[in-house]
Design a protein around this ligand. Sequence first.
Ligand code: FES
Ligand code: FES
Length: 214
Amino acid sequence: MSHDQLQPADAGDVRAAFTRRSLFRGAGALAAGSIVADAARSAAAAPSVRLEGALEIELSINGAAQKVKVEPRTTLLNALRNHCSPPLTGAKLVCDRGSCGACTVHVDGRPVYSCMTLAIDAVGKKVTTVEGLAKGGELTEVQRAICEHDGSMCGFCTPGFVMSITACLERKPDATLDEIKHACAGNLCRCGTYPHLFDAALAAGRALRAKGGK
Ligand code: FES
Ligand code: FES
């Protein structure tokens, strides 16, 4: 899949490496075979440091600082949904194993699986959830296009697709159909809305280009 991999943490005691976290970092953020292989190698090389108990960390979520008390093993998805105030439930818990994309959020502008990213690994980074996209109640071009193209049925996968398509078009507003499909390769829709979602993404790209890029 095409979600970018989170980079190693670089600040604070709580960010010390430990084996499970290292495995999460690689295997969680991306499902592509080479990335998983890299994660396994880095897990094997990581020092085994034990962290226990809840820690208070500060996350930057949708442009605002948010203090949360989490265990080192707490995923970013869990932190968003269950430890933030108010809870941010846009990212969905579906497979909880990095295979469906329903939990996709942006970390420093890159789409990642939040179910396979540790909350402590997001310290010092900018987290954006689907709740953070619309400004002043106005939907983004991607959100609007998905509504207009009937790209949502049960809606469970929709926030993840919105985040993946948004990241793709932010990088490349003139993304081709193949590039959009590649960007969404880590997102599954059990209702089969793919053609509508891809039409919506192309329409959103056109709208963004007409507005001058975004
Ligand atoms: S819930 Fe995270 S990839 Fe499925
Ligand atoms: S709209 Fe139901 S899973 Fe995609």
